[in-house]
Design a protein around this ligand. Structure first.
Ligand SMILES: [Zn+2]
Length: 271
């Protein structure tokens, strides 16, 4: 049984503010250690439940947060950035399931550090539905016929994702009070919850269905500033809906995802 893990950081147990997730900030070194520990909990539990191959894609910021010297030997790590498929780099049709670990809710949600890929995005819609990173990445896995079987994060991350994806096991590791505060469970409590969630996901892995988006796909991205939308117009086929919003009509979800990634990358080139 082959498992792909996309590991973000905002939804890791204990993480509540920017100093925890941005390299160079006070406390970042401490929280990347906790992130590695949480990934190890997931890997260990997955092996206990029959996983034979586990690929972990570091999916936060510079994507080199996980400490290789402390990583469980049962996992292979994809580290570093940029990578074209970003949070989903490394997924293919040989995997049996995807875990989205340490995920957060979409921009505009009352949840820990809500955003969608970048703070420059106000919302992203696919065929008229606003999606979080879980929804966007879950559909990318769907292109390879692989289901998302487990997501961890705060309560609203799980709630968002339940509205966007086919059924999966959701593990709440903290309860957001706002963007930068949460009721935190002690690490050992989160660890037990995660272990239970992994076990449940893998025991039932055959029951989960990939989320496959209906094609053709209309992608709509609303940015927080007009300049970000303007840069997206460099991509052939991208049209402007209004000053801050662009639209792209793709024949496949894969194509829409690639254009989404390109728009975000272009937006990142300007302030
Ligand atoms: Zn992140």
């Amino acid at each position: 049984m082959k498992i792909f893990i996309s590991a973000d950081m905002e939804g890791i147990s204990g993480v509540v503010n920017l100093s925890h997730v941005e390299p160079g900030h006070r406390e970042y070194e401490r929280f990347r250690k906790l992130m590695t520990k949480e990934i190890n909990t997931v890997v260990e539990a997955a092996i206990e439940s029959g996983a034979t191959e586990i690929v972990v894609n570091d999916s936060h910021n510079n994507m080199d947060n996980i400490l290789i010297e402390e990583l469980h030997p049962g996992a292979i790590l994809i580290s570093g950035s940029p990578k074209p498929f970003s949070m989903m780099q490394g997924i293919d049709e040989t995997f049996d399931g995807v875990f989205l670990i340490g995920y957060h809710a979409k921009a505009g949600t009352e949840a820990i550090m809500d955003h969608t890929y970048t703070g420059k995005v106000f919302y992203t819609k696919v065929n008229g539905k606003t999606l979080s990173e879980s929804g966007l990445n879950g559909r990318f896995a769907g292109c390879f016929n692989v289901p998302v079987v487990l997501i961890t994060g705060d309560q609203n991350t799980i709630k968002c994702a339940k509205e966007e994806l086919n059924d999966f096991v959701g593990v709440v590791v903290k309860e957001a009070c706002g963007r930068y505060s949460a009721k935190i469970y002690p690490f050992e409590v989160s660890k037990e919850r995660i272990k239970k969630g992994v076990k449940e996901a893998l025991e039932n892995i055959k029951k989960f269905k990939p989320t496959v988006e209906k094609e053709p796909v209309e992608l709509e991205i609303c940015f927080i500033k007009s300049i970000f939308a303007e840069m997206s117009l460099l991509i052939p086929g991208v049209e402007r809906k209004d000053a801050r919003t662009v639209i792209y009509r793709a024949s496949t979800y894969m194509q829409a995802y690639k254009v989404f990634r390109a728009c975000i990358t272009l937006a990142s080139s300007v302030e």
